[in-house]
Write a protein that binds this ligand. Structure first.
Ligand SMILES: N[C@@H](CCC(=O)N[C@@H](CS)C(=O)NCC(=O)O)C(=O)O
Length: 210
């Protein structure tokens, strides 16, 4: 049976768990990462030399990097979530690459600085700086969705890019990460409400962040 390694409060593990819900595939999962350890053991490093979560095991095949895992699962199971049309596929790929290269480094300390740092140890200047950097990123997505017309990132068809950005948008819209001066982003909020209807989002992403 398919096996996922990774703790459920990891944004990158959430992508995979949501995707597996979309596909309706049975799997096992083992906690790994942060307080669960595991990622530094020789056995884990033999599977994933990057020492991060998630890792997917499919029979003898091992894959890490969450966005690659989503692509693999979609292709293997013939899912329309990774469109066959080259341009639609490339657009989904673009947003997933952008999450890795641009969004994630920008927004990281908004989440870490508030959710993973006790109140008396917070560096609010760095949290506000991350909020502003994240706002610059989300403003792009807001404008993109407004121009495309929604309801999903690239129009009528939901893709794996909606899963990827949906997991990160939770770290913008969540009650846990309120900072004064956060722009409302109406088109982004409407898209977030739409992806929030997915059972996989509700089960894995729309839960309290820890
Ligand atoms: N680009 C990688 C990033 C993986 C990553 O950094 N995962 C984090 C959790 S979101 C991690 O492993 N943190 C260390 C840990 O949990 O021990 C991916 O998308 O899979």
């Amino acid at each position: 049976m398919l096996k996922v390694w990774g703790r459920v409060n990891s944004v990158n593990v959430k992508k995979v768990l949501w995707m597996l819900d979309e596909l309706g595939i049975a799997y096992d999962r083992s906690d790994a990462g942060l307080e669960h350890g595991v990622v530094d053991t020789p056995a884990y490093r033999a599977m994933n030399p990057n020492g991060r979560v998630p890792t997917l095991e499919d029979g003898g095949f091992v894959l890490w990097e969450s966005n690659s895992i989503l692509r693999y699962l979609a292709v293997k199971h013939g899912s329309a979530l990774y469109p066959a049309d080259p341009q639609a596929r490339a657009s989904a790929d673009r947003w997933m690459d952008w999450q890795l290269s641009t969004l994630s480094p920008a927004e990281r300390n908004l989440f870490w600085g508030l959710v993973r740092t006790p109140a008396d140890k917070r560096d609010m200047a760095s949290v506000v700086a991350a909020m502003k950097a994240a706002a610059t990123c989300w403003a792009m997505v807001d404008a993109w969705i407004a121009r495309q017309g929604g309801p999903f990132l690239d129009g009528a068809q939901m893709t794996i890019a909606d899963i990827v950005l949906g997991c990160y948008a939770r770290r913008w819209f969540g009650d846990e990460v309120r900072v004064e001066g956060m722009p409302p982003f109406p088109a982004l909020a409407a898209w977030y409400a739409k992806v929030g209807e997915r059972p996989g989002f509700q089960r894995w992403v729309g839960v309290p962040m820890t």
